[in-house]
Design a protein around this ligand. Structure first.
Ligand code: ZN
Length: 308
């Protein structure tokens, strides 16, 4: 393990309770665009902290792991993988929670590689969280919960190296008022689509109630998507997951799109058949608003759709 006491750390500003500054990151968004880069870096550092006792993370390790997480869970971009990791690795300093072992400029990959720069969370954060594992879990939960819908949050935790079961207590954090509104919206969406998946038509019920049918936000609720009828679709559990992961999407004329990156060789190939399929809501029901469809296309959908 590297001995970080030997290094002079170059951090950003300092201020109040450092753990609180970490939680402030969960608000990080840019004009409606998803920017999960910094939270993903913090999660990686917290995983190091939980497993090694120090959040010390070498660029050589972060370049690979962080870039992989960003590629899997961030919006699709043309940015190279190392570059996408260099951005949060250098810029998290400005949030006052992160320090680098060498004072390198923002965003540049080469200086990070030349001396294999190490990064680490504020030592006060390490100290506060290592002696309070429950608080550490709470921070992890808050960061994931603020960035990703519940269909994806467990995948993120698993990819970073945390137990997805961590999320369960987070469900209780919702206020009764929020829960009531959310339940009403879900009911309205499922009814508007006749209790059937908008993509494949699956409409199973059990004891008279839809089973395996969920209300999906087009623009994620976690990043400002409203609980409105023009921001939801009824989807079966499988297609909800594929929609939130960006394997499935929508065209501007309300047709299902399958991502060019989606692959299947067995029964999963049935997903290809959805490509180009027109959404058919019950007469009078609202199709997703173009503004939300466009958000999903740029922020969630993986790459380009299959060729028609
Ligand atoms: Zn379906």
């Amino acid at each position: 393990m590297p001995d970080h006491r030997q290094r002079v750390w170059h951090s950003g500003r300092v201020g109040v309770d450092p753990v609180e500054r970490l939680l402030a990151l969960q608000q990080y968004r840019h004009n409606g665009a998803r920017v999960p880069h910094k939270p993903l870096l913090v999660l990686l550092a917290l995983q190091k902290l939980a497993t090694t006792g120090s959040s010390d993370l070498a660029w050589s390790e972060a370049e690979d792991r962080l870039a992989g997480l960003i590629a899997e869970f961030g919006p699709t971009t043309k940015t190279s993988r190392p570059q996408s990791a260099a951005y949060p690795f250098t810029r998290l300093r400005a949030d006052g929670v992160w320090a680098l072992s060498v004072d390198v400029p923002d965003d540049l990959v080469t200086p990070l590689r030349e001396t294999d720069v190490h990064g680490r969370l504020d030592p006060a954060i390490d100290a506060a969280l290592i002696q309070d594992p429950r608080r550490l879990e709470g921070v992890v939960r808050s960061l994931v919960d603020a960035q990703f819908p519940s269909t994806i949050a467990p995948d993120v935790l698993l990819a970073v190296g945390f137990d997805p079961e961590l999320l369960a207590p987070g469900l209780a954090a919702v206020t009764p008022e929020e829960r009531k509104r959310s339940v009403a919206w879900r009911d309205a969406i499922v009814r508007a689509w006749d209790g059937a998946c908008a993509f494949c038509g699956y409409d199973g019920s059990l004891g008279g109630a839809p089973v395996g049918i969920e209300a999906a936000h087009v623009r994620w609720f976690k990043v400002g998507g409203p609980d409105e009828l023009d921001n939801g679709l009824a989807l079966c559990s499988l297609h909800h997951k594929l929609f939130d992961r960006g394997a499935l999407g929508l065209s501007p004329d309300a047709r299902v799109q399958v991502s060019e990156h989606f692959r299947a060789s067995g029964v999963g190939k049935q997903v290809y058949d959805l490509h180009g399929r027109e959404l058919r809501p019950r007469p009078g029901a609202q199709l997703p608003a173009p503004v939300h469809v466009e958000w999903h296309r740029t922020q969630v959908f993986r790459g380009d759709p299959l060729a028609a």
